[in-house]
Design a protein. Structure first.
Length: 461
């Protein structure tokens, strides 16, 4: 089949799926697609639609990889932008987190209160509005995200001047812009590291059904975290170490998942420090502390400011726990401890701490520091998802995707993406157990001995 015919088939397929998607919106109305836990029929529809699009996406990936068709970077970016704009104006499909972002910014801009202390349901004038866009306990929770994210949401809130729809669209468009900037950075990093893979990497990121859905349709703030992680490595590969440190500090002030990575980066800087490295590290440490203090200063009103940030660690849902937490719960029940939940959290935290310490020791003994730092950073986040005593959302697997692209592990990128889509309909815990099984089984089969297995799984060779 000629390249022209293949492109025509691809184009018709994309148009058909877009038409089906829009027709579902038009025929069923917004109420039927707003929340998957309100309408199980909707989530099955969305899952199979995403699965169909993902299958098409993988097929095109194989065509590009096998040189059956060529792609143009500008066309990829324009196509990604078009798909994002198609979804951005729609109501939320799979999560209400985006409404939380809007309400938290509104508390400060419209009511002049601190959203880290005052929850959305405190305002009588907004009560019906709050109930209509925010469900259950989320109406009673203070801001759960870092200050840099909160300041980011203030920009569209101020520009919209209280007009909800304008605020909604502006924030969505800002997230789409961040997503496209992330795609371009992936292209630039791969151009420097593995130039032959840059177009393929751009395609995988920019036209990923998972990423487009989570960013443009549901507006998750994880894309800002992902952007800062990618920008961190972009600066690192340009040998702009201080800029990389500042960007990574900013990522920590979006979500604290990157705090272990910040610690690893300090160890990396120490290893390459040269003369007077103790003084340099002390100075950089003070710089990071100062950034944290200045970031929290406008919103800080005592330790209660952190209540919302700590709230997520108290959430309980056995269908969204990490495999490490499930394993620890079983041990705790077998032991018969009176407070088995506390014991399970203690065991999983110890497991993560132990594995993280092993990663640090591995970095200290390494020679190829830049590559090892990339591997260890990936595992610091992946192990958090697999071990820590917190509930995991399907879109958390997005955190790992940029590392896989930068490393050129495109097949694993597709596996992680596919599992995240499957988590739309299956328990996140089951999906993570499947992921753990796949990693162990695949590298166990490929390795001749334990030493080779550890090296292969660590580097995802």
């Amino acid at each position: 089949m000629s390249e022209k015919k293949i492109k025509i088939i691809i184009g018709i397929s994309w148009l058909a799926t877009a038409a089906i998607f829009l027709s579902y919106y038009t025929l069923s109305g917004y109420d039927n697609v707003l929340l998957y836990f309100h309408n199980y029929e909707a989530v099955f529809y969305l899952f199979f639609l995403l699965l169909a699009i993902f299958t098409l996406y993988v097929w095109v990936f194989r065509l590009i990889k096998n040189s059956l068709i060529d792609i143009n970077k500008k066309i990829v970016i324009v196509a990604s932008l078009a798909l994002c704009l198609l979804l951005a104006w729609q109501p939320l499909l799979n999560s209400t987190d985006f409404h939380q972002y809007l309400l938290q910014a509104r508390i400060l801009v419209h009511h002049g209160e601190n959203p880290y202390l005052v929850p959305p349901n405190n305002f009588v004038s907004d009560w019906e509005f709050c109930q209509s866009i925010c469900t259950g306990m989320w109406q009673q929770v203070t801001n759960m995200y870092g200050p840099w994210w909160f300041y980011f949401t203030l920009i569209p809130a101020v520009l919209a001047n209280g007009f909800f729809l304008a605020n909604y669209l502006l924030l969505k468009l800002m997230l789409v812009a961040v997503f496209l900037a992330s795609a371009w950075l992936i292209y630039k990093i791969l151009d420097q590291r593995k130039a032959q893979l840059k177009k393929l990497g751009l395609y995988l990121f920019a036209l990923s059904p998972l990423l487009i859905f989570e960013v443009a349709a549901d507006g998750h703030n994880d894309i800002v975290l992902v952007f800062l992680i990618i920008l961190h490595f972009y600066f690192l590969y340009k040998n702009r170490k201080i800029a990389a440190l500042l960007v990574l500090t900013g990522a920590c002030l979006i979500k604290f998942i990157t705090l272990p990575m910040l610690g690893i980066y300090f160890i990396y800087l120490y290893k390459i420090g040269g003369k007077n490295k103790n003084v340099k590290m002390a100075g950089l440490g003070l710089l990071v502390i100062m950034i944290f203090m200045l970031s929290f200063w406008p919103i800080w009103q005592g330790s209660a400011t952190l209540n919302g940030l700590l709230f997520q660690s108290e959430l309980k849902n056995i269908y969204q726990y990490s495999p490490g937490m499930i394993f620890s719960l079983l041990i705790s029940k077998l032991i018969g401890h009176s407070d088995y939940s506390w014991l399970a959290k203690t065991i999983t935290t110890f497991l993560y701490g132990f594995t993280f310490l092993a990663l640090v020791i591995h970095l200290l003994r390494s020679d190829k520091l830049k590559e090892k730092y990339l591997d260890i950073s990936l595992w610091s986040i992946l192990l958090f998802i697999l071990l820590m005593p917190v509930i995991n959302r399907p879109w958390y697997l997005i955190w790992v995707l940029p590392f896989l692209l930068i490393k050129g592990r495109f097949n694993w990128f597709l596996v992680f993406s596919g599992l995240a889509i499957a988590a739309k309909i299956l328990s996140t815990t089951y999906i993570l157990l499947i992921l753990l099984f796949l990693l162990i089984a695949y590298y166990g089969y490929r390795s001749k001995n334990l030493s080779e297995f550890k090296e292969n799984i660590f580097r995802l060779n």
